[in-house]
Design a protein around this ligand. Structure first.
Ligand SMILES: [Zn+2]
Length: 281
């Protein structure tokens, strides 16, 4: 694919990115690792431990002090390069809590990084300082329970919570639709100027975009409710009706997302189940 792999792109003053060569149906062209700061830097979402990518990040760092290597969450396309980078720079690994589940849902690339060991976990609202300016954690569980966004000035690095090219995969057991919706509402209450996601282009109208994401999930929820009120249905039946013409590679992920909606609806006592079929409550 013709994408700027292993090349440093300055997206604005104080924020640059390097694209890792791990394209897939879930990662778009790949994971975008960000370099935040100027005289000193933090690396946000170092990405997969691909040698070419780690070398490109080290070239981009160009000997500057690395204050922290930050991970938004511990999917394998986000955190594994933290270790070779930490070894090469001596920088601490800071950010999301460790989390690795055995059951990882339908997306192979979203397997958890079980070797992630942070030196310091950032709680919601906690900051590290680089170039005299805070880089602040914004807890945004939903895609995973340990997901953080990171705010720098009026820019927000959104990891996988909000992506620039596709809706986020929210798949149980760790993905949680109610938490994800609450985390979207949390962003709606902020005044960020721009989002830099780990996958896809920057989001230049964040408020409008987040409203759209919330609306999209509410539409999906309504559709699922309508389908189970028509007749008891299992998840493949709901997916076939709710996602006509879906890319076959995404059917399992869509099933996971429907399941996340159903668990949320069940917790709110709007649906029930009979064996593997879901019913109106
Ligand atoms: Zn992820």
């Amino acid at each position: 694919m013709d994408a700027p792999y292993a090349r440093l792109e300055q997206v604005e003053s104080g924020i640059a990115r390097v694209l890792a060569h791990n394209p897939s149906a879930f990662t778009f062209y790949g994971t975008q690792s960000y370099l935040v700061g100027d005289a000193e830097v933090a690396v946000v979402d170092p990405g997969p431990a691909i040698e070419e990518h780690v070398e490109a990040l080290l070239d981009a760092i160009a000997g500057r002090p690395v204050v922290a290597i930050c991970c938004t969450h511990t999917h394998r396309d986000h955190s594994p390069a933290a270790r070779p980078l930490a070894a090469a720079t001596g920088a601490p690994i800071v950010g999301c809590a460790p989390l690795a589940l055995e059951t990882v849902g339908p997306r192979a690339d979203a397997a958890f990084d079980g070797d992630y060991v942070p030196d310091n976990v950032l709680a919601d609202g906690e900051s590290i300082i680089l170039d005299g300016q805070p880089l602040t954690a914004v807890a945004t569980p939903g895609h995973t329970s340990n997901h953080l966004c990171l705010a720098y000035g009026d820019a927000l690095l959104t990891g996988d919570h909000v992506m620039g090219w596709s809706t986020t995969v929210v798949v149980p057991p760790d993905g949680d639709m109610a938490a994800y919706m609450a985390s979207l509402e949390k962003l709606r209450g902020r005044g960020d100027r721009i989002y830099y996601p780990a996958h896809g282009p920057p989001v230049t109208k964040p408020q409008q975009y987040v409203r759209g994401l919330i609306g999209h999930r509410m539409q999906r929820e309504k559709q699922i409710l309508r389908l189970v009120r028509e007749a008891p249905r299992d998840i493949p039946d709901i997916v076939a009706n709710a996602y006509p013409g879906l890319d076959p590679r995404l059917v399992a992920a869509a099933g996971g997302s429907v399941y996340a909606h159903l668990l949320d609806l069940e917790a709110r006592q709007l649906v029930g189940r009979e064996e593997d079929r879901w019913t109106a409550a």
